[in-house]
Design a binder for this molecule. Structure first.
Ligand SMILES: NC(=O)c1ccc[n+]([C@@H]2O[C@H](COP(=O)([O-])OP(=O)(O)OC[C@H]3O[C@@H](n4cnc5c(N)ncnc54)[C@H](OP(=O)(O)O)[C@@H]3O)[C@@H](O)[C@H]2O)c1
Length: 348
């Protein structure tokens, strides 16, 4: 089958990514669904896996591997008693911590990570929704309350474009976000956009006068942003419900190759989670540990929300064309996507 391959860990996207047209098709195991892939959406995790910076907990089964974690496609084969049958249109998510081998003509996915999609949903939108909308939904369900004043750091990215809409749907009274694309985030329902290249959210007087209940950091603010939010007073104290929710660690390129580095990573996060819980005068620091938990019916619920799906213009419309895939990887690597970056895998 045709696919994109990565032969080893590395940083050099242009030299690492290759195209193959004779890679063996995966063999379906019981409990799995064989899917003819139509589209594959990229996420920051695809870059993390490629670079191998966190290979202790997030790596492929072996090399060469097929990158890509979120797909949409058409069911080819499933168990006899499966809820899926040949011809069903579906979306599928990768199984943590492995990529789903999504940039290929065929992929095998465990049934609980597969959901049917309606006939009027495009394969591009379906792939885009999968893990980003899930992580955003899980964050919103667990941490956003009706009436909250919410600040999202990184609102124009793959998760942020869903999170803005979900926070509004959940009843947030006010949603601000940092982004360089004010038009996009406001069209999704954001009340305010802070261009972080020009001003810092912690210096804005109106936020000090009417502080946020929750700041959700989509991996772009880090501990510095927490400290600034706390010291400036733009985020409420813990006793008044102030919360700072993070999606990742402090280092943009954290390295976790062994148990020692895993412990070091945990020790950079956990003490903050505990001391801010004990000290009511500072906002609580929260880490979104189970961002990708798939509860039964969750994808169906997300599909029913009829969210607007923003597709980044660097997405490819040529099927598995190598230069297009490389461009898409570069956008993810720079954290420059606006909405989701999606690679077309098939033409139907
Ligand atoms: N499948 C998933 O997507 C998934 C699942 C679970 C967890 N996560 C985690 O969730 C986080 C967010 O993922 P994502 O897919 O939304 O990321 P993304 O699409 O790569 O985010 C891109 C956005 O980040 C913004 N950005 C980049 N640098 C910034 C900075 N210094 N300050 C403020 N904004 C900045 C950019 O804004 P502008 O271009 O507008 O300036 C761009 O819109 C990541 O940590 C990821 O690992 C993702």
């Amino acid at each position: 089958m045709k696919c994109i391959l990565i032969p080893k860990h590395g940083e050099d996207i242009d030299n690492l990514l290759t195209f193959s047209d004779n890679f063996p098709q995966p063999a379906r195991k019981p409990g799995q669904v064989l899917v003819k892939v139509q589209a594959c959406a990229l996420a920051p995790g695809d870059i993390r896996v490629m670079k191998g910076h966190c290979d202790y907990f997030q790596s492929p089964r072996g090399f060469p591997y097929i990158p890509g974690g979120d797909i949409s496609g058409i069911v080819q084969e499933a168990d006899e008693k499966s809820r899926f049958k040949r011809g069903d249109r579906v979306l599928c998510m990768f199984e943590i911590p492995r990529p789903l081998d999504g940039l290929a003509e065929y992929a095998c996915v465990k049934e609980h990570l597969v959901e049917k999609i309606p006939d009027d949903m495009s394969f591009t939108d379906a792939a885009a929704l999968t893990s980003s909308a899930l992580a955003s939904h899980n964050a919103c369900e667990s941490f956003v309350k009706p009436g909250d004043r919410v600040l999202i750091l990184g609102g124009s990215g793959g998760c942020g474009t869903f999170l803005i809409q979900m926070a509004k749907n959940k009843g947030a009274s006010y949603v601000a976000t940092t982004s360089s694309d004010s038009e996009l985030v406001k069209s999704l329902g954001a009340d305010e956009c802070i261009n972080y290249h020009k001003e810092k959210f912690w210096q804005i007087t109106k936020f000090k006068e009417d502080p946020f209940d929750i700041i959700i950091d989509l991996g772009v603010g880090r501990y510095e942003a927490y400290s600034m939010a706390k010291n400036s007073g733009v985020l409420k104290a813990g006793k008044d419900g102030g919360r700072y929710l993070t999606f990742s660690g402090d280092e943009p390129h954290m390295k976790i190759h062994n148990m020692g580095q895993t412990v070091k990573f945990a020790l950079s996060i956990l003490p903050r989670v505990f001391w801010t819980r004990l000290w009511p005068l500072v906002p609580r620091y929260l880490h979104h540990m189970d961002a990708l938990e798939v509860k039964p019916g969750r994808f169906a619920k997300i599909i029913d929300m009829k969210l607007r799906v923003v597709i980044d213009p660097h997405s490819t419309d040529n099927t598995l064309e190598l230069d297009g895939v490389k461009r898409a990887f570069h956008v993810m690597d720079k954290r420059a996507g606006h909405g989701k970056v999606v690679v077309q895998v098939a033409s139907t």
